[in-house]
Design a protein around this ligand. Sequence first.
Ligand SMILES: CC(C)(COP(=O)(O)OP(=O)(O)OC[C@H]1O[C@@H](n2cnc3c(N)ncnc32)[C@H](O)[C@@H]1OP(=O)(O)O)[C@@H](O)C(=O)NCCC(=O)NCCS
Length: 332
Amino acid sequence: MSLHTKEIRLEAGDRTSEAWLEVHHAANRALWGRTAQRTSVEEIVDVAARRHEARRAFAVADEATGVLVAAAQTIRRTRDNVDTAGLWLSVHPDHQRRGIGRLLLAHCERSLRDDGCVRIHEHSGAPVEHGDAATGFALAHGYHQTLLDLRQDLVLPVPDEALAMLDPGLDDTAYVIETAVDGLPGEWLEDRALLARRMSTDAPSGDIDLEEEDWDAERVRLVWNTPSPVWGLESVARHVPTGRLVAFTDLVVRPGQPDLAVQVDTLVLREHRGRALGLAVKLANLRALQRERPDVTSVRTWNAESNAHMIAINERIGFVVTGWTREWAKEL
Ligand SMILES: CC(C)(COP(=O)(O)OP(=O)(O)OC[C@H]1O[C@@H](n2cnc3c(N)ncnc32)[C@H](O)[C@@H]1OP(=O)(O)O)[C@@H](O)C(=O)NCCC(=O)NCCS
């Protein structure tokens, strides 16, 4: 087979873009079967525009037929951690183990290096604990594992009585929980920016140094309060004596997979830990999810294996482990 690597401009509804995404989906289905995660070109384009990221899509095509056999996207951050890039790479299951992944990876690494990146930091997931093709592939190309995350799934609905039994019963002169559906109140944005900055340094990142992310109210607004095909739900804990937001958690539902809610971040400010605020915001978000989106049938979350506290909270709610994700890094 004669192969040709090309760059693609992703656009919703465009045939080549959809074929590019189908390569990722086919690789994902081969790995995860029925539970494979899906996305949409619309969402990929939207997310890149609203986050401070420069993304480029590449594909390997069979020159004779034009059929795409591998797909990748490089993700450069433009606001913080600008020299550390992300990468999403898949080879169609009918064409794996023939050196195509190696070819496309070399192309992506070269392009990132030319764009000024010095490091790649990415993850790969599998439904088995001891790794899969991506593990062998990453190790064969000079990547080292920085972290192991557990993937946990929760089947919905959780009965109201079960949620009530977990309720930590906060002292409402100290903390109150507030929930926002698909957009954040303007009054939250300043505090949320601080929480997002802390999130970037306080969640376990493993064996890699990343700089604190540069969040301000405007960046929060861009992600959460501009029209988007991604639906979001957020609960926060407000410290009553100071009026400040001191904990948050958020879930998103994406157009490519509208029956799945994906957990994004959860954080309690260091000074307010040990008071069950993490559990309280998660329960509030779950109640709101079941009320607002009865069509969602499960919730999925990832946490560092070492993050025993967060994993224990999830287990109490009823989450079960469904996968293992390895984070990888390589100096270019
Ligand atoms: C991981 C993946 C991209 C590899 O693509 P590929 O075209 O099959 O890989 P290559 O043929 O170029 O393999 C290059 C080397 O990687 C390693 N490798 C690849 N597949 C492997 C496997 N199943 N088991 C162990 N090592 C493997 C080997 O060292 C291989 O060299 P070799 O064949 O000479 O032994 C592909 O399996 C895939 O798309 N998986 C699903 C999506 C994914 O997990 N992507 C990576 C995360 S972004």
